[in-house]
Design a protein around this ligand. Structure first.
Ligand code: SF4
Length: 917
């Protein structure tokens, strides 16, 4: 698209003030206005053209995974229409998905470079000579700093470098940093080249920013990484709770399904979030009398345990002792611990939170929870569903947050039946697909670890590599996981000669320069390492730090599959040909893999047996068939083999089945289950009647003993100051890294602490009276409805116009105290010192004060003592994506502390000072 266009009739007012839609939601249309778009409305906005093709796809944004049809004329996408027959969205879509085609032709590499599409930096970082590029960063994408070569030459160059690094430093000194934006097929091949071919276990990426606390929490409790329920559960539930989850902005179509259920059945809801988010307000609009809000900053674990205490104390009939006896372990110790610990009795627990909650409110929620549990148990359907989002995972005790929620569900038997579930909502469109394919350190496809010998051997056979090769990878360590990659790459640590120093990073499929602590961690690390950026946009921040750039295709330009939060594998059709010079990710991994095989003495014909199609690209469906064959191995929890049976018996290809059914929920182990769209519910025997040999795989849950594991996780601030002071070394004390001080993180995690603590005694002062070493406010980051990640929605004309620039929400009373007015330019300042400027890291943006703010989107809902900024806008439309100069880079301010097991970064509880510019 050479010229950005706004969708016909879709204005800011349309989306913010107005809509409801389709099935069932019509009844609440009057309450909410027009936030969403229906199939009919979307179709009406398309001008009719003869010869138009309508192709099936999934939305490329959030983990809800809405089904769409993409209108294509010639080789051009002309519009997107929500699928009415799709079981996920039933004819609804939000503004992001509806405009997903808008950024496809913005800021791509110019066609004049198409015959030499790969960019190689002339002054590159060189791990062998120790040379650090001087042209990276500040003037990073100036074409004069690059030479351009063919794909063949560019890939040969990178393969030579990688092979030399493996030889000299070892395989684990090359990191892959990727995302859940790739298709499942690409993720499978990415893991194959990383672990199977190159022999590295350092494969990390966006899951450490989003979801891994749910992953490790699910493994710790139910023994498998999956949401056991389905979205349809909301129609059975008697009480719906959201923990660190603002679905009205983050998972809008799910919110609409729940809002509709609440409206029809008057079910109570609870939102646990420090802000009065649009979700809180939306539920109150439906029924203020049964919509509850817990405004906590921290204290999540204390909150779970005090709810458990209140249930045990006053509603013991709701405790499901039969379920616990028959299906769970650890519950006796849990109950004993909750009862014995004075911390979980209400008056004490109030002191453990940034913002108080009335003890009577905890009592009330315990009563509602108990009532819903009893109703669900009696009916055999329904009870409590707890949804949590990225916000709940992003804590240094993120895994414990998942365990804490699951404990409550186990205690009251709210698991393993329709309408009762502990349900993690994912961020990226294929976050679950990434987890399915084992695209993380020490993981393998199909929900198994590298340390599982028989599974590892099966995967080695599937990949066509020797079993010994994968066994050697299993011996490698990536201490510190996601953040560990950058700490291992940091120049100050590299100087010590540490053997695990990262020498090269392959950045694929996402804007990876912007994880936590950009100023003192990410940027210095990427300045030093040899970096390959596999990227679709020319001015993506990754490219500013790239030594080599591979231009890769986007969603819409290749076929493949995504998996959403309810385990539904959806199809994405190729809608247009790749732009000249661009290559699909799948092809890049295969071609690079073959070149690495030749250098490492591996048999490329065994590892990459794939054939190209007539259009010159590899066939992703052939790769999907290989994946499905592997999914049948014993130990796999993702058996999709029924699809192969359908293909054989009915002659329907894998992709055809996915298109017709609107996706298939895994597992689909038999012909019959695949034909029915997969399994809707998991665990406690719900699968048994559909899955004849299920008993061979596991008992009630997928833990080794077949039981649900309950374990008390604690919140204790007794040593808060002492432990938090140690975490303050990160990014401040030269040479201090978490990977060398994991004990600090473990202590913080075990006590449920925050990475920093505000100097609250300085609240209430004017901005210029707050000393420069004091940080009175909590700094909270999150999402805004109109934008998704940091790459596409900010390039799309419609969503960019709706929320065009970075802002910070400040409570009106705090703004008054500070002497700051709505719309003022302000500086938000963090503790860490930016090595580029020598000053404390800062972000400059507009203050959004009050609900009627003139700063878009004007949805201020912040409590006193906290400020909030959406991270989606940090790269946004900023004139300079280089973090050294980028004034909007939210993650200059965030702390790098992370959960020591899940690796999830704590983005939620930093501290800051606010100054007027
Ligand atoms: S962003 Fe999420 S809710 Fe919106 S259309 Fe896409 S998948 Fe659906």
């Amino acid at each position: 698209m050479s010229k950005a266009r706004m969708r016909k009739g879709f204005t800011r007012r349309t989306f913010l003030k107005a809509s409801a839609a389709a099935t069932g939601a019509a009844a609440i249309a009057g309450k909410f206005g027009k936030e969403f778009v229906t199939t009919e409305e979307a179709e009406a906005s398309l001008a009719h053209a003869a010869g138009r093709r309508m192709l099936y796809a999934a939305c490329p944004y959030c983990g809800v995974g809405c089904g769409t049809t993409v209108a294509v004329e010639g080789d051009k996408i002309v519009g997107i229409v929500p699928r009415k027959d799709h079981p996920t969205n039933k004819g609804l879509q939000c503004i992001k998905g509806l405009t997903a085609d808008e950024p496809l032709l913005i800021d791509r590499f110019p066609a004049r470079y198409a015959d030499r599409p790969v960019w190689i930096r002339k002054d590159m970082s060189d791990p062998f000579k120790g040379h650090v590029s001087r042209t990276k960063g500040a003037d990073g994408m100036n074409p004069k700093h690059f030479r351009r070569v063919s794909w063949e030459e560019g890939m040969e160059f990178v393969a030579d470098k990688f092979a030399a690094i493996i030889k000299k430093f070892g395989p684990n000194q090359i990191a892959i940093w990727s995302s859940g934006q790739h298709f499942i097929e690409s993720l499978y091949l990415e893991n194959k080249i990383t672990k199977g071919v190159m022999g590295s276990t350092t494969i990390e990426g966006s899951p450490r920013m989003c979801m891994t606390s749910a992953v490790t929490g699910y493994f710790a409790t139910q023994g498998s990484d999956l949401s056991a329920g389905s979205y349809r559960d909301v129609d059975d539930a008697d009480f719906i709770t959201h923990w660190g989850h603002n679905p009205r902005e983050g998972h809008p179509v799910l919110f609409w399904r729940i809002a509709d259920a609440k409206n029809r059945r008057n079910i109570p809801t609870l939102v646990v979030d420090p802000r009065r988010t649009p979700t809180v307000k939306g539920y109150e609009q439906i029924n203020r009398g049964n919509s509850y809000h817990f405004p906590t900053v921290n204290g999540d674990l204390a909150l779970h345990n005090s709810l458990a205490y209140a249930i045990l104390n006053k509603h013991e009939q709701a405790v499901d002792y039969k379920f616990l006896e028959e299906h769970a372990t650890g519950w006796k110790e849990y109950i004993k611990g909750v009862k014995a610990n004075y911390n979980y009795r209400d008056p004490a627990v109030r002191k453990r939170r940034g913002i108080d909650i009335e003890p009577s409110l905890i009592e009330k929620i315990a009563e509602i929870w108990a009532d819903a549990s009893l109703k669900g148990r009696k009916r055999g359907r329904g009870g409590v569903i707890s949804f949590w989002g990225i916000g709940y995972n992003q804590h240094l005790h993120g895994q414990h947050n998942t365990i804490g929620i699951y404990n409550l569900h186990a205690l009251t038997g709210n698991t393993g039946r329709p309408g009762a579930a502990a349900f993690s909502m994912t961020g990226q469109p294929n976050a679950v697909g990434r987890r399915m394919m084992g695209g993380l350190t020490a993981r393998l496809p199909f929900n198994q670890g590298l340390n599982n010998v028989s599974h590892r051997n099966n995967i080695a056979d599937l990949w066509g590599v020797t079993r010994e090769r994968l066994a050697a990878v299993a011996e490698l360590k990536n201490v510190g996981l996601g953040i560990g990659v950058f700490e291992r790459a940091h120049p100050d640590r590299a100087k010590t000669g540490a053997k695990d120093t990262i020498q090269a990073i392959w950045l694929t499929c996402g804007t990876h320069i912007d994880p936590a602590d950009t100023a003192t961690l990410i940027r210095p690390a990427l300045m030093r390492t040899f970096n390959v950026s596999q990227e679709l946009y020319m001015h993506a921040p990754n490219n500013y730090y790239a030594d080599v750039i591979f231009p890769a295709t986007s969603w819409g330009e290749a076929s493949g599959t995504f998996c959403n939060s309810e385990r539904r594998v959806n199809i994405n059709s190729k809608c247009t040909e790749p732009l000249p010079g661009y290559m699909p990710d799948l092809d890049i991994y295969i071609e690079m893999g073959k070149k690495m095989c030749r250098r490492l003495g591996l048999d490329e014909t065994k590892i990459y047996p794939y054939k190209k199609r007539a259009d010159g690209w590899y066939d992703s469906e052939e790769v999907m068939r290989e994946i499905i064959r592997g999914s049948r191995f014993p130990g796999s929890d993702i058996d999709l083999g029924g699809m192969l049976e359908v293909e054989e018996k009915d002659g329907k290809s894998i992709y055809q089945q996915l298109a017709e059914l609107g996706g298939i929920q895994w597992p689909a182990p038999t012909y019959k289950v695949a034909k029915a769209g997969g399994l809707k519910y998991r665990f406690r025997g719900q699968e048994d009647k559909y899955w004849p040999d299920k008993a061979k795989h596991y008992r009630d849950y997928r833990t080794k003993d077949g039981y649900l594991h309950v374990r008390l996780v604690n919140n204790d601030y007794t040593k808060r100051e002492e432990i938090t002071a140690q975490m303050a070394n990160a990014g401040v004390t030269k040479g201090w890294f978490f990977i060398d001080n994991m004990n600090v993180l473990k202590a913080a995690r075990d006590n449920g602490l925050t990475p920093e603590m505000p100097d609250a005694e300085y609240l209430g002062r004017r901005w210029d009276e707050v000393p420069k070493d004091k940080f009175p406010f909590w700094f909270n980051s999150g999402i805004v409805y109109e934008h998704f990640h940091t790459a596409k929605t900010i390039r799309a004309a419609t969503t960019r116009k709706l929320v065009p620039e970075q802002y910070v929400e400040i409570h009106p009373d705090d703004a008054k105290d500070l002497g700051i007015r709505d719309g003022d330019q302000v500086k938000v300042v963090a503790k860490r010192v930016d090595p580029d400027t020598g000053r404390q890291a800062e972000v400059i943006c507009r203050a959004s004060v009050g609900d009627g703010s003139k700063v878009k989107p004007a949805r201020n809902s912040i409590p006193r003592g906290m400020v909030f900024q959406p991270w989606n806008l940090q790269v946004a439309d900023n004139p300079d994506p280089d973090p050294a100069k980028n004034k909007w880079m939210t993650n200059k301010l965030t702390h790098r502390a992370f959960d020591p097991v899940s690796g999830q970064v704590d983005y939620k509880k930093g501290v800051c000072r606010v100054e007027k510019v």
